[in-house]
Design a protein around this ligand. Structure first.
Ligand SMILES: [Zn+2]
Ligand SMILES: [Zn+2]
Ligand SMILES: [Zn+2]
Length: 104
């Protein structure tokens, strides 16, 4: 299913649309007009220098799932990854988008 449509649908039904890595959308019912449930509200984006509220987690996995909380604008920019794990294609080759971040 189209993820954006699914999020809109969850919003309409007052369900939490926080996306947990490898689990999926939270979908807990929300009653007080917020977008996210108690558990997922007020979590700060884990990207460096970003203070936005997270709406999901980085789903990158090596042996462990990253799970770093990420906000909407970072997700839009880097796919479903944190800055550390964001990749891009250059000349048909997959590369890390922010090689400097690998030195965190
Ligand atoms: Zn939730
Ligand atoms: Zn962010
Ligand atoms: Zn990550």
């Amino acid at each position: 299913m189209d993820e954006k449509k699914h999020i809109m649908n969850l919003k309409k039904r007052n369900r939490c649309y926080y996306m947990e890595a490898w689990i999926g959308f939270c979908e807990r019912p929300i009653s007080d007009g917020h977008d996210l449930c108690n558990k997922h509200r007020g979590i700060q984006c884990g990207n460096r220098g970003c203070n936005n509220e997270a709406i999901g987690q980085c789903d990158h996995a090596d042996s462990l799932v990253c799970g770093k909380p990420i906000c909407k604008s970072c997700f839009d920019k880097d796919g479903d990854s944190c800055q550390y794990h964001a990749t891009t294609y250059k000349n048909g080759k997959q590369e890390y988008k922010y090689p400097k971040m690998r030195e965190w």
